[in-house]
Design a binder for this molecule. Sequence first.
Ligand code: DHB
Ligand code: MG
Length: 218
Amino acid sequence: MPDKYVTLTPELYAYVVEHGAREDDVLRRLRAETEELGDIAIMQISPEQGAFMTVLVKAMAGRRALELGTFTGYSAICVARGLADGGQLVTCDLSGDWTKIARRYFEEARVADRIDLRLGPALETLRGMTDEEPFDFAFIDADKSEYPDYYEECLRLLRPGGLIMLDNVLRSGTVLDETDDDPRSVATREVNERAIADERVDVAMLGVADGITLALKR
Ligand code: DHB
Ligand code: MG
């Protein structure tokens, strides 16, 4: 098979961002403020991934969304902006510090009224939820070592036709290293194997950003 992918150079990546995402002033300032936190800013999603999430949620006329891993709120704002009127995003994180920034930007982006932030371990939050009010969309981006459990819980809480997006499924390319026994790498490889074999979902893995998998509940 001839190469069916483009290896991005920094210049080509800048082109993608320029033509692939309308990052507004609020998101631009949130990106700048998050970058001031240092290396940890790597956890923030990229602008084109954010635009993709807004479009996906909007395309499916999503009303109820779930996010595991709020960090400073960029992806939550992108999801919230895609929700239909009256929609709600439940977003989970462990960190009071990072989500303090997130809360400030939820106000600035005027989506605070549609975001329900839950502080605590995401798995506990998920396990405390019933499937009475199923979700349309779930973004999995919290503790990588818990991805297989998040995946199962999100599937349980999603409506048929609901969509899971898993972040960081390529782990900077290290998924290829079978000798990498970091629990986060092991769990990522495990969830990748599970999703592609899972008859409960239609699945598509994309080489966008650090790799994202879409799993559509049947
Ligand atoms: C890390 C986590 C993320 O969710 C991400 O998108 C990039 C990096 C990390 O823990 O290093
Ligand atoms: Mg991530």
